[in-house]
Design a protein around this ligand. Structure first.
Ligand code: FE2
Ligand code: FE2
Ligand code: FE2
Length: 165
């Protein structure tokens, strides 16, 4: 594939993935403001955008076998928690954006946990053992088995955790 088209596909994938998240937030807001039908429309279009983003991603042909995908996912986590977020945290602090710095710090810490989870799963790749996962709805922290009493990353109480299907 020519580089230009590959770049366009990537750009389209990122754009559609962003639209999906944005529209879900718009739907939540519409719900809050008492417009359930508009919320419904936002969710419908969001679902459609997610079909687009998935379809574009598949065009990129970057999905390989599961072990390779896990290794790639692990590397990606190391990059975000070791390089990208630390830089963003420093810059947010320099700019006096305390809230952004805090949110980035939580994300960085959670990405480190993702890395550990992948590493562990890669080490036990052959014997697939069942683990329950609970995710903190505030910061995204992933906890194995029972949800903790409070989130070790952001301090949210247990009720904020949801179980992953
Ligand atoms: Fe779209
Ligand atoms: Fe991550
Ligand atoms: Fe949390």
């Amino acid at each position: 594939m020519k580089e230009r088209t590959a770049n366009n596909i990537h750009e389209a994938f990122v754009g559609e993935a962003k639209a999906y998240q944005r529209l879900l937030e718009f739907a939540r807001k519409a719900e809050e403001e008492g417009f359930p039908q508009i919320a419904h429309l936002f969710r419908a279009v969001a679902s459609s955008e997610s079909v687009h983003s998935r379809r574009h991603f598949r065009l990129l042909e970057s999905i390989r076998d599961t072990q390779t995908n896990m290794e790639q996912a692990f590397e990606q986590e190391n990059a975000v928690n070791g390089v990208y977020y630390p830089k963003m945290i420093t810059e947010a602090e320099e700019d006096g954006e305390k809230n952004a710095a805090l949110v980035f710090t939580h994300a960085r810490d959670v990405e480190a946990v993702h890395g550990k989870l992948y590493k562990k799963a890669l080490e036990n790749f052959a014997e697939e053992k069942f683990v329950e996962y609970h995710v903190c709805g505030v910061c995204g922290y992933v906890h194995e088995n029972e949800a903790p009493d409070s989130c070790p990353v952001c301090g949210a109480p247990r009720e904020k955790f949801f179980r992953v299907e």
